[in-house]
Design a protein around this ligand. Structure first.
Ligand code: MYA
Ligand code: JJ1
Length: 388
């Protein structure tokens, strides 16, 4: 069934329900001297390249590879279109390794034809904090599919992660592989229903007219919560405390320190937006919400070429009800001209999805750990991790 994945230290389907297997690393680290020193072999026409994401030109090459060849929905109507600014942010967090930004070029033309990345992260699983790589942006050019390039790329990124003495990884995929730690559902909240219907992202409900639909999804012009404002640099310590305390309840979550919060959550124009509630009386930061910008190309529509989507990121409520906080997030996203607000059913998101008129999408997202066994699959609400 899975000629490659059967050979890897991941939970195997045949072991599901085997209560004798312990939680934790599947295989022990090997001495660094035993890690293969040379890159894996690629088919002859191709060569490895390390992508320097500080270079505008390399960033543009990666951007174009992904724009034309990355993830599509099941009917090939939309394709993720990560911006250059987003890629530069996502791939250069605190302590990142340039050697984990791996490309494949055609030797003859030097054209970039495949890509895979890792970034370092500390991920807490129950009461252990584990150094991991977060693997993302695996992409093989459409013309080079089904030639078993992906397994070579995965082995190569694994080797380079091992060289940094890191032995675990976290990743997500839209496809089922051995073996998800949990499977999440995408939910969508229309902000611009007319455009969404025109481009085939959503449909007019039964017995609904366009004008009733537009009215259904109308939102106020500005947020309702007193003290709701954009996050600023001086908020980093308070947001870190709020977030660490909140994430500690989930089975799997990132272990964010102040440096991580500054990188991942301080607003970056056109990439990540974060808001908080500062109590007008005590000036305490009591609540926090955030979303990232990930547009999709609309494939083959006469009128529109880009769908502007916001994706729910980390949200914490201690005083403002989560429902009200997320309604304010929808309002600011609408003001910023997003067409749709997307969320997964992770953390406490179930509590607001239906009430705020999100509807389930046709996509799922499976979460995985490499070389770390979780005895039973988690419920999405037990997961405190959002990957980009
Ligand atoms: S998920 C996003 C993945 N990208 C896309 O979906 C973009 C569009 N698709 C493509 O570019 C290609 O179809 C890809 C596969 C590149 C996905 N994750 O080369 P092949 C297995 C893992 O002939 P292609 C993301 O970025 C497949 O089951 N494995 O196939 C996270 C089969 O193995 P097996 C996948 O279609 C990535 C083999 O590849 C995926 O030409 C995390 C076939 O290879 C997938 N999404 O190329 C990677 N799709 O026979 C794992 C297919 O066994 C990281 N396959 O079934 C693991 C941790 C590594 C670090 C460890 C450190 C310690
Ligand atoms: O966006 C997605 N689906 C949309 C569009 C469907 C178009 C036809 N296939 C969708 N729309 C319905 C919205 C509607 C709004 C009003 C309320 C009811 C709902 O369902 C899906 C997610 O649902 N996205 C994808 O399929 C993209 C791929 C997802 C897997 C991502 C893997 C990422 C790898 C990360 O490393």
């Amino acid at each position: 069934r899975h000629k490659f994945w059967e050979t890897q230290p991941v939970g195997q389907f045949k072991d599901t329900g085997d209560t004798s297997l312990p939680e934790g690393p599947i295989e022990p680290p090997t001495p660094l001297s035993e890690v293969k020193q040379e890159p894996y072999n690629l088919p002859n026409p191709y060569e490895w390249t390390t992508c320097d994401m500080d270079s505008e030109d390399t960033c543009t090459e990666v951007y174009n590879l992904l724009k034309n060849n990355y993830v599509e929905d099941d009917e090939n109507m939309f394709r993720f279109n990560y911006s250059k600014e987003f890629l530069s942010w996502a791939l250069r967090p605190p302590g990142y390794y340039k050697s984990w930004h791996i490309g494949v070029r055609a030797k003859a033309s030097k054209k970039l034809v495949a890509f895979i990345t890792g970034v370092p992260a500390r991920i807490r699983v129950r009461d252990e904090v584990v150094k991991m790589a977060e693997i993302n942006f695996l992409c093989v050019h459409k013309k080079l599919r089904s030639k078993r390039l992906a397994p070579v790329m995965i082995k190569e990124v694994t080797r380079r992660v091992h060289l940094e003495n890191i032995w675990q990884a976290a990743y997500t995929a839209g496809v089922v592989l051995p073996t998800p730690i949990t499977t999440c559902q995408y939910w969508h909240r229309s902000l611009n229903p007319k455009k969404l219907i025109d481009v085939g992202f959503s449909r007019l409900g039964p017995r609904m007219t366009m004008s009733r639909t537009i009215k259904l999804y109308k939102l106020p012009d500005s947020p309702a919560t007193p003290g709701f404002r954009k996050m600023e640099l001086h908020d980093v310590p308070a947001v870190t405390r709020l977030l660490r305390n909140y994430l500690s309840q989930f089975v799997v979550s990132p272990d964010f320190d102040e440096n991580d919060v500054e990188h991942w959550l301080l607003p970056t124009e056109g990439v990540v937006d974060s808001y908080l509630v500062e109590s007008p009386e005590t000036h305490d930061v009591t609540d926090f919400c955030s979303f990232y910008t990930l547009p999709s190309s609309i494939l083959g529509n006469q009128n529109y070429s880009i769908l502007k989507a916001a994706y729910s990121y980390y949200n914490v409520s201690t005083k403002t009800p989560l429902l009200q906080l997320m309604n304010d997030a929808l309002i600011v996203a609408k003001q910023k001209d997003f067409d749709v607000f997307n969320a997964l059913d992770v953390m406490d998101n179930e509590s607001f999805l239906k009430e705020l008129k999100f509807g389930p999408g046709d996509g799922q997202l499976h979460y995985y750990l490499y070389n770390y066994r979780i005895r039973n699959a988690l419920r999405p609400s037990e997961l405190g991790l959002v990957l980009l």
